[in-house]
Ligand binder design. Sequence first.
Ligand SMILES: NC(=O)c1ccc[n+]([C@@H]2O[C@H](COP(=O)([O-])OP(=O)(O)OC[C@H]3O[C@@H](n4cnc5c(N)ncnc54)[C@H](O)[C@@H]3O)[C@@H](O)[C@H]2O)c1
Length: 254
Amino acid sequence: MQDKPLRFTGRVGLVTGAASGLGRDAALALAAEGARLVLFDRDAARLAETAARCEGSQAVAGDVTRAADMDRAAAALDALGPATLLVTAAGTLGPTRPLPEVTEAEFDQVFDVNVKGTWLALKALLPRMAAAGGGAVVTIASGSGIVGNAVFPTYSASKGAVVLMTRSVAVGHAMQGIRANTVCPGQIETPMLRGVFEQLGDRAAGVEAMFRAKNPSARFGEVQEVTAAVLFLLSDAASYINGVALPIDGGRLA
Ligand SMILES: NC(=O)c1ccc[n+]([C@@H]2O[C@H](COP(=O)([O-])OP(=O)(O)OC[C@H]3O[C@@H](n4cnc5c(N)ncnc54)[C@H](O)[C@@H]3O)[C@@H](O)[C@H]2O)c1
């Protein structure tokens, strides 16, 4: 039987949030298909575990909200070769309270990680992709970036910003050979999702039941179901797909 051809041999790129959940799984899958990656996360210990499983890749521990940390990631990328791939998975949920009850510090934290962190990664990668003759970006937004969310409204607002930042890259950088798409997962089984339920305390069982009841597939997604879409959108098979915000949610937003 012939082996499946690798889609990313010789490609170099950055994955943020690579220590856990969706970012880790995307990194493992990209590396398995030949990409050499800079893996970025603030959780140095778990990042090292990911890096140990990604041949030819390098871990850079840092905070996506800090330009100086992103500069270190960019320098590591330059050492690997011309960068043409970007996945932004670092994200934070923030408070599960109505907007009037959110503190200024909490609001700033959510927007710093989800919006500024995505912007800093784009700011580092887009000029490098343009210099390389093109590239592909997949940001990880959320279904809550498409429709409002009463349980975590600050997060929802920040993910809406990620969707339109990505679409702005799609329309602004297409002529440089760069495609930018965003995936909008529903509830996916990761440490972040479990954190939601922990944070909700007494309300957790009711919210989990509500999430499941509203989903036509009546289940949460698995990380591999998001990774498959991320790799497709990064790959040459998606060469004419640009600016899409793709729900991956079992039909929740249908
Ligand atoms: N799990 C879901 O149900 C779900 C649904 C929709 C969207 N998302 C989004 O997918 C992305 C990945 O989420 P996940 O579920 O894999 O969560 P996760 O908590 O498993 O992983 C998130 C990673 O981001 C890193 N991170 C957070 N803040 C950072 C910072 N300031 N600097 C560097 N790294 C930082 C964390 O250390 C962690 O490794 C997030 O953007 C999240 O909002 C998740």
